[in-house]
Design a protein around this ligand. Structure first.
Ligand code: ADP
Ligand code: ZN
Ligand code: ZN
Length: 654
């Protein structure tokens, strides 16, 4: 007997292997082989793969003598069902990844592991509350929906979680299952306390901090139908629920929903596909929808619900921008004063720093203009070696200007600081205060995030400072002061989404303060207080922000008015790369409805010794764009010296 095996490698092809008699007769000859994992010889190595086809009487069409045998069968029963495989196939087609890569992403683990059940964490008992009138109206309307795409646009602290949970309960009462996606693992801890009293043991969690054995165990519980609700981060969107009624995506705008390795899928896109094919409801929510989703709401593609008020007596915080132009230190006098006051009154503070580093962009100290590409309105990046300013979208370059083009000042600068320095400064100002840091480094230690969050909740920590991780979703009642140390950091990266990201960050971070009756205070330190994202965010002017941003995007022909597909080429020889990429561009000129930016060097020109170039294609017609990329890949498959990676709807263009 023969089978086709998909391997998690970037080659768009499956491989045929023979199944030894012993494997067939051993246990169950009746069961299907499709969806079972195997170990097979490939090149000089053994690799894990998934069987995607079996040949019974029909033999594969090539020389049987050359076919290798699989070396072992891992699963007695298929770990992936036909629906899981179909989903992987869809991901593979949509995102130009191989079937094997997509299957690896859909599977709980590729390796042979023994399932180990997950210890349920301790749970505080969260009292059930009465839904407010606003919440109730939305919940009741949503209960009448059996399928479709919906969006809950509610300001921070407006009680979106309660709406999500009630909708979940409703679908479960109807005998359906629910998938609840959150952007951060840390947020899933907060939610577990709410799930346990409601759903007892009939919930599962899926996130990247689980060991492979734990993940396998959770996966099997879900596949057996033992759970009603699955809580998880991005990859949980592939959970093998068979009676799906509802998918919830909390903090829909969050970039962690997009995978940054192949297949570069977006959980929202997969969820939209899933609810369509499985006839279920998709309910997204946020205080700061992505610009794409806002546009989809305007167009009526997503039906929108609004929560315009905070729960109870809580008010939105007062946000102040602090002009850092005249400040020499990390903390402005104003912030420091309020921070001291907050610490003295034994209230809590959160300080937010942006993790995304600096690109070397040039800003005028005097008029604060940042040097932009004339064509793309994206900051030009300084390249020290060549001594030029370069656009990483269209490849425009120019010499480094000696003076500012808007005001003629010669005072051009770039400056920045890191998390380490901030930590040192904090300890210097507040030597006897409990301070904790929460960022990627900390989260690498198992259990550490949960422990810090618990201590902060119990008010053992006064000042919490950290990155994206603490920016959204958290509900800590005693937080009064919130500050963004440098709101500009994210703004001057060569990326058209920088503006929306900074807007969302300010609103989300601010949303952590004053969540109970007390008035919260927020400080936004910035060099560009007049930037429209900052202005709109501090004034709580949400719709005007989107209006402004959409009109800019329209003028520039950027998403959501078009869609982007980015193709990255890598090779060890720069010369070969340049040649191959310009050959491709020449061999397949883009049709008139497709815009081609580049080829240009990627902002990160070399990774692991390999040179990198990219072309960004854009078009208002996604179907045509997708087909054009298919054609390009067809040509490229014959060229083995360069590697190609495709990113559909890229979030970053590094
Ligand atoms: P959001 O996700 O919209 O920012 P949350 O769902 O975290 O807001 O709710 C904010 C706070 O309000 C939470 O502490 C929550 O427990 C509380 N809350 C939500 N709904 C109600 C309600 N109906 N009655 C009382 N408190 C509520
Ligand atoms: Zn200037
Ligand atoms: Zn440009």
């Amino acid at each position: 007997m023969y089978v086709d095996v998909a391997l998690p490698i970037p080659i768009e092809q499956v491989f045929t292997y023979g199944v030894p008699e012993a494997c067939i007769t051993q246990e169950d000859t009746h069961g299907s082989f499709i969806g079972r994992r195997v170990k097979v010889p490939f090149g000089k190595k053994l690799r894990y793969g998934v069987i995607v086809r079996e040949y019974h009487n029909d033999t594969p069409q090539f020389d049987i003598k050359k076919i290798l045998q699989i070396s072992s069968l891992i699963d007695k029963d298929p770990i992936l069902g036909p629906e899981d495989i179909a989903r992987a196939q869809w991901v593979s087609d949509f995102y130009f990844a191989s079937l094997g890569e997509s299957l690896a992403c859909v599977s709980p683990t590729m390796k042979a592991k023994k399932p180990r059940s997950l210890a349920q964490g301790p749970s505080r008992h969260e009292a059930r509350m009465t839904a407010s009138d606003d919440q109730l109206a939305i919940i009741q309307d949503l209960m009448t929906k059996e399928k479709g795409w919906f969006y809950l646009f509610g300001i921070t602290g407006s009680g979106k979680t309660e709406v999500f949970l009630r909708c979940a309960e409703h679908h479960i009462q109807q005998g359906k299952q629910v998938l609840y996606l959150v952007p951060e693992i840390a947020l899933s801890y907060q939610l577990q306390h709410m799930l346990l009293p409601r759903f007892q043991s009939r919930y599962a969690v899926l996130h990247s901090r689980l060991t492979e054995s734990e993940r396998l165990s959770e996966w099997q519980r879900i596949a057996r139908g033992d759970v009603d609700i699955v809580l998880g981060t991005r990859s949980a969107v592939f959970a093998p629920l068979t009676r799906l009624g509802l998918i919830i995506i909390d903090e829909e705008q969050d970039s962690s929903y997009k995978s940054e390795s192949s297949p570069r899928y977006h959980a929202r896109q997969v969820a939209m596909h899933r609810v369509k094919t499985e006839s279920a409801v998709l309910l997204m929510g946020s205080a700061t929808p992505s610009v794409e989703s806002w546009y989809a709401m305007q167009q009526g593609v997503f039906a929108r619900y609004d929560l315009r008020e905070r729960i109870g007596d809580s008010r939105l915080p007062v946000i102040r921008s602090v002009d850092m132009h005249f400040e020499e230190k990390i903390f402005s006098e104003e912030l420091l004063e309020h921070l001291k006051d907050t610490v003295e009154r034994k209230k809590q503070s959160i300080l937010f720093i942006n993790r995304r580093g600096f690109a070397n962009v040039l800003t005028c100290k005097f008029c604060r203009t940042t040097l932009l590409c004339q064509q793309c309105s994206i900051p030009l990046v300084y390249h020290k070696k060549k001594g030029i300013m370069l656009c990483h979208y269209c490849n425009y370059s120019c010499g480094v200007p000696r003076y500012c083009h808007s005001c003629n000042s010669v005072n051009m600068f770039y400056r920045g600081f890191g998390a380490q320095l901030i930590e040192e400064e904090l300890h210097r100002y507040f030597p006897s205060t409990q301070i904790a840091r929460l960022d990627r480094d900390v989260s690498a230690v198992r259990g550490e995030v949960q422990s810090i969050l618990e201590r902060f909740r119990n008010e053992e920590i006064s000042i919490l400072f950290g990155t994206q991780m603490i920016a959204k979703g958290f509900d800590f009642p005693e937080v009064e002061l919130v500050a963004i140390i440098s709101a500009d950091i994210g703004l001057h990266v060569p990326d058209f989404r920088a503006t929306e990201r900074i807007f969302s960050q300010i609103v989300q971070v601010s949303g952590r303060s004053g969540r109970r009756a007390r008035q919260g205070k927020v400080f936004v330190q910035t060099h560009t207080p007049s930037h429209h994202a900052i202005q709109h965010a501090i004034a709580h002017e949400y719709s005007s922000f989107y209006k402004h941003e959409l009109s800019l995007r329209k003028t520039l022909g950027f998403p959501p008015y078009t869609r982007f597909i980015r193709v990255v080429f890598t090779a060890s020889s720069n010369q070969k790369l340049q040649q191959a990429v310009s050959d491709i561009a020449a061999a397949l000129p883009a049709p008139s409805d497709i815009e081609q930016l580049g080829p240009a060097m990627c902002p990160i020109e070399r990774i692991a010794g390999k040179y990198r170039m990219h072309i960004i294609f854009s078009s208002p017609k996604f179907g045509n764009l997708h087909a054009h990329i298919r054609d390009i890949l067809g040509i490229l498959r014959s060229n083995h010296s360069i590697r190609v990676e495709v990113d559909v709807d890229p979030l970053h263009t590094s």
